[in-house]
Design a protein around this ligand. Structure first.
Ligand code: SF4
Length: 328
């Protein structure tokens, strides 16, 4: 581990001042950061600890919206009845993430900012990784790419985004509240993560020193009939090969509004508006789901190892929509 100073600010203003230094990084729950420090993938000169500094409240408002303080633990959010009843897709995505021990430590803010699980990125012995060493190449292009992305890729990086709950939040049009040296701002979560393009080392739109203070989920009738389905190689503590966050507002047997986003297939949590458009206004039935899911792979680019994801994406969406409606 590279040497660094550990800063323990007493309040958010002090944290922002310390975090503005070019060589500073924040640490909250530390579940991802500690791995990256141990493997010397991240090498900050200053680590600014956020424990005790950020809000950890989980608040359901009278208008039906939900506010999650950035320091709220994944396990606490998943166990909150306001979340599991009104936004089941969020609770389910959290419970399918990592392990119970990790969920007890990890914060919602940190979860959204976790780094990719691409094995080449995580292995400092591999030189060719544009995300870790800009301009060095990409070992995954012609290497082991079974788990990699098919949407939003570039010739410089095909790594997937790892967060489950980010997929649910993208489907629900959540907003991320951000504080930084230049003030506060709100970022739609669909805009938080960047596609790799020719700068895969830049993963979010956050500037140096900015941190997430809260996540706000607006009310939507579709949220109550929502579901998160995760397909993975083993039942626990594994990242998604494909996953789907779906939500349906159905009236008189017709779909008034559908929300569909996927994980495990995009370089960022991936909203599938083409699938949503194919669901909206149609009968709430299996044939509609199947027809709409055909749109999921539009624009997909596969590599030698991940072609199987195209069919799996469609099946994941159909099953998630079916399960959200409680159909056999
Ligand atoms: Fe690095 Fe991205 Fe290539 Fe993985 S896919 S080796 S993270 S550049």
């Amino acid at each position: 581990m590279f040497p660094f100073t550990l800063e323990r600010p007493g309040d958010a203003a002090s944290a922002l001042r310390l975090g503005a230094a070019p060589s500073a990084e924040y640490i909250a729950g530390g579940t991802d950061m500690m791995q990256l420090l141990t493997d010397e993938i991240r090498q900050p000169e200053h680590l600014v600890a956020l424990d005790g500094v950020l809000d950890d409240r989980i608040e359901a408002a009278a208008d039906g919206s939900l506010r999650l303080g950035a320091a709220a633990k994944m396990s606490d959010i998943a166990a909150d009845p306001d979340v599991s009843e009104a936004f089941p897709v969020i609770a389910e995505a959290l419970l399918l993430s990592a392990s119970g021990q990790v969920r007890n430590m990890a914060t919602i803010g940190g979860n959204l900012l976790q780094r990719t699980r691409c094995p080449y990125f995580r292995d400092p012995g591999v030189q060719a990784c544009n995300k870790r060493n800009p301009g060095s190449g990409c070992a995954a292009m012609d290497g082991a790419n079974r788990t990699h992305a098919v949407l939003g890729t570039s010739e410089h990086c095909i790594a997937t985004h790892a967060s489950d709950v980010a997929v649910a939040l993208v489907a629900l049009d959540a907003e991320v509240r951000v504080a930084g040296p230049n003030g506060d701002r709100a970022v739609p979560i669909d805009d938080l993560h960047r596609m790799p393009g020719d700068t895969p080392h830049l993963e979010t739109v956050l500037d140096q020193g900015e941190l997430i203070t809260a996540v706000v989920v607006p009310p939507t009738p579709a949220a109550r009939r929502s579901h998160y389905l995760k397909v993975r190689d083993r039942v626990s503590f594994e990242f998604a090969l494909t996953s789907a966050a779906v939500a349906l507002d159905v009236h008189n047997g017709s779909i008034r509004e559908a929300r569909v986003a996927m994980g495990g297939v995009g370089t960022k949590p991936w909203r599938l508006r083409n699938v949503e458009n194919a669901l909206n206004g149609r009968a709430d039935e299996l044939d509609t789901y199947r027809d709409a899911a055909e749109h999921a792979t539009e624009g997909a680019v596969t590599r030698a190892g991940n072609q199987f994801k195209l069919e799996l994406m469609k099946r994941t969406i159909v099953r998630a929509l079916r399960d959200a409606g409680g159909r056999p």
